[in-house]
Design a binder for this molecule. Structure first.
Ligand SMILES: O=C(CSCCNC(=O)c1cc(-c2ccc(F)cc2)cc(O)c1O)c1ccc(O)c(O)c1
Ligand SMILES: [Mg+2]
Length: 214
């Protein structure tokens, strides 16, 4: 049967990227998405904004909601200090299987814990399963109608602390209006918008960075 787009993306990584070289994995995926097939990775333009937020923060404990093929997982993990840990949740088993191999090709498996399942099922169990008290950085890139409920769930589970940074992808396209309204109007967040473009296109999109004030 015909291969899937994530499978063709992984093939491109194996063909063009050097094992153990995260930057070459990132470049291989961007090349594939620009010259072969569009895919919903954050991409190089928004990816550079993600890089600057992560580099400035140097977080120890990171949560990513929505792994897809592991592009942003690799982008974040390659910038983490030694001993830092990234937990990434992916609902779709096929995406998770590809992401696991992309992460391995980049040689970053020691920093990353890839968990398969629904975010709302795992968030309440972060403390007992992973020994996590609170997260320093959360990257939201999963189902757009889950950003707000999962943020409220993380608050209720005490997973956010004063200064935790949430960075949300796709706040314009596909858009997350309820989440934006919440973080921009809540007294518990200091929020700002980074205008950019939808990955590999000229359409507007952007990232919303929101600092939890406790
Ligand atoms: O994909 C999922 C849910 S997670 C992916 C969320 N991400 C997006 O949807 C997402 C979408 C776009 C985008 C797509 C089309 C456009 F025309 C414009 C923008 C861009 C992004 O950067 C994104 O992150 C899932 C589907 C089925 C399952 O059966 C399952 O199990 C899981
Ligand atoms: Mg996205």
């Amino acid at each position: 049967t015909r291969s899937t787009r994530p499978q063709r993306l992984l093939k491109a990584v194996r063909k063009r990227a050097k094992r153990g070289d995260p930057q070459s994995v990132i470049s291989a995926i961007d090349h594939f998405c620009r010259h072969s097939e569009w895919a919903m990775n954050i991409g190089d333009e928004k990816g550079s904004i993600l890089d600057s937020v992560v580099s400035e923060l140097s977080p120890e404990k990171v949560l990513e909601l929505g792994t897809y093929c592991g592009y942003s997982t690799v982008r974040i993990a390659r910038l983490l200090p030694p001993g830092a840990r990234l937990i990434t949740l992916e609902f779709n088993a096929d995406y998770a299987a590809i992401a696991k191999q992309v992460i391995a090709w980049a040689g970053l498996e020691d920093k990353i814990q890839l968990v398969e399942g629904a975010s709302e099922d795992w968030i309440p169990h972060m403390k007992e399963h992973f020994g996590i008290e609170t997260f320093d950085f959360v990257f939201l890139d999963h189902w757009k109608d889950r950003y707000l409920p999962d943020t409220k769930l993380m608050e209720d589970c005490g997973l956010l602390r004063k200064g935790t940074v949430l960075l949300a992808d796709n706040v314009i396209c596909p858009g997350v209006p309820d989440y934006l309204e919440y973080v921009r109007n809540s007294l518990s967040y200091k929020s700002c918008y980074f205008k950019s473009h939808l990955e590999y296109t000229k359409a507007e999109d952007g990232l919303e960075k929101s600092v939890f004030l406790g």
